[in-house]
Design a protein around this ligand. Structure first.
Ligand SMILES: [Cu+2]
Length: 466
């Protein structure tokens, strides 16, 4: 492993340095050595794909703003070690959240195995309450399904459990607790799982991305999510990041691209791409035969679902890629604000100002002014809070937040080059621009008055030019 941002808090490391016998003297060496080392990451940026050096070959995925958990081979069994623990996650520059997650981050690391692998996962609980892990979508023995009380006793704080099963079905899955589930998932406990096909040439792609849709309700000025919120979340995130904190999806021109998305929020997300059409090629139930696919530019990902989409990235540019629910491309300040378009606030401000000295009018011409104000930095927003719309592009404010990023299609990228290539350079004459001409006066065909009850509507006469 040469990924930056990874730390090894391992017994083995200290033993190797001759420091054994200090902290571990009270624990049997045999018991300690039986557990795989714990690898953690504190990076909130996308880590390079982890190419397998042991076990069977496969084409690794890239976890958006995340990473893949290294494993060790033990007599032919792939062994992983997950630690459930409190973590600090940067949601976007300027805001950190106190979440629960796995191995230093929320979401936890992606687990990648190959169809037919024997997998053993140790789960250590460093939370203040009991937990378990459910392996969403997997074929496994009932007792490995991770439902506290139903299929296993809870993993109490300080305890380590082991799960073991064969990764039977190739596809995309998720993992999350099945103990105090509402609270633990609202705190960020979840991760992705990919079982690669035995045959690396089955449905090959050039770039393969994965992330989870999640959501938080963190009051402006605070750090910890409100865990009883059912629908009114104020941070809509991909892998616990909100735009502009979500990395771009960087792909080469003519690459076949797969994006796998799992939804562990409380509502559906219609995910939309610009400039391309895709097909849904997989769900958490398996891969979809070619004859059963159809073209789309938006696909709804319902709660508890995974969708894998695929497209040929043949159109160079910086293409928006986002949830189509407009409230989900907004950050914390975007809620509970009255619509004030067209409301002249001049006199009102003076009156309110006497009662509330800090009152700040907003929204008179729409909400874009919010972005401008935030950027001018003269707008007092609470500490640790993201303005509702952020992000700057080459042409000005992008007015977005939440579940939004860009697919950047570029010529001549090297394998494993996922660096942000900067802004797209548009060929001359291909950018929408202002015209220096007056718009003609509007000629109204129908008259509808909303000013009085006596509304007059003239019906079309059948020859008005349509
Ligand atoms: Cu959404």
């Amino acid at each position: 492993m040469s990924n930056p941002g990874l730390n090894r808090r391992s017994f083995f490391k200290y033993a190797g340095l001759g420091m054994a016998g200090v902290a571990i003297s009270s624990v049997s060496k045999v018991a300690m050595a039986a557990l795989p080392e714990i690898v953690t990451s504190d990076a909130a940026t996308t880590q390079p794909p982890l190419h397998p050096t042991t076990g069977r070959p496969y084409n690794p995925v890239v976890t958006l703003n995340g990473w893949t958990l290294p494993w060790r081979m033990n007599n032919g069994v792939k062994e992983f070690h997950l630690v459930a623990e409190p973590v600090v996650r940067e949601i976007a520059p300027g805001m950190k959240a106190h979440l629960w997650g796995y191995n230093g981050q929320s979401p936890g690391p992606t687990i990648e195995v190959v169809e037919g692998d024997r997998v053993r996962i140790y789960v250590t609980n460093r939370l203040p309450e009991r937990t378990s892990i459910h392996w969403h979508g997997q074929r496994l023995p009932n007792g490995m399904d991770g439902v506290t009380g139903l299929t296993q006793p809870a993993i109490e704080p300080g305890k380590t459990f082991v799960y073991e099963f064969e990764a039977k079905r190739p596809g995309t899955f998720m993992y999350h607790p099945h103990a105090d589930e509402m609270l633990q998932m609202a705190m960020g406990m979840m991760g992705s799982w990919v079982t690669h096909p035995k045959d690396p040439n089955f449905m090959p792609v050039d770039r393969d991305f994965i992330f989870l849709l999640n959501a938080y309700d963190i009051e402006p000025g605070s750090y910890t999510p409100k865990t009883n919120t059912m629908l009114d979340f104020n941070l809509w995130t991909w892998n616990s990041r909100a735009f502009p904190g979500i990395d771009s999806i960087v792909v080469g021109k003519n690459d076949r691209v797969r994006i796998r998305m799992g939804n562990l929020t409380m509502t559906n997300h219609p995910i939309h791409i610009h400039g391309h059409e895709f097909e849904v090629t997989g769900t958490d139930g398996g891969w979809i035969p070619k004859t059963a696919r159809w073209p789309e530019v938006t696909t709804d990902v319902a709660v508890g679902q995974m969708r894998a989409i695929e497209f040929i990235a043949d159109a160079p540019g910086d293409w928006a890629f986002h949830c189509h629910k407009s409230h989900h491309t907004m950050n914390a300040m975007g809620h509970d604000v009255p619509t004030l378009i067209g409301v002249k606030q001049g006199d009102l401000i003076k009156k309110i100002g006497k009662l509330v000295p800090d009152y700040m009018p907003m929204g008179e011409t729409g909400m874009s002014e919010m972005t401008d104000m935030a950027e001018m930095m003269d707008m007092p927003i609470p500490e640790n809070t993201l303005p509702m719309m952020m992000g700057t592009g080459p042409f000005g404010a992008i007015d977005m937040g939440g579940m939004f990023t860009t697919v950047k299609v570029r010529d001549g990228l090297k394998r494993d080059d996922y660096k942000n290539p900067g802004n797209y350079k548009h060929p001359a004459g291909t950018v929408a621009h202002a015209v220096d001409r007056e718009a003609p006066p509007i000629e109204r065909k129908n008259t509808v008055s909303t000013n009085d009850a006596d509304v007059k509507v003239r019906k079309p006469t059948g020859h008005s030019g349509h």
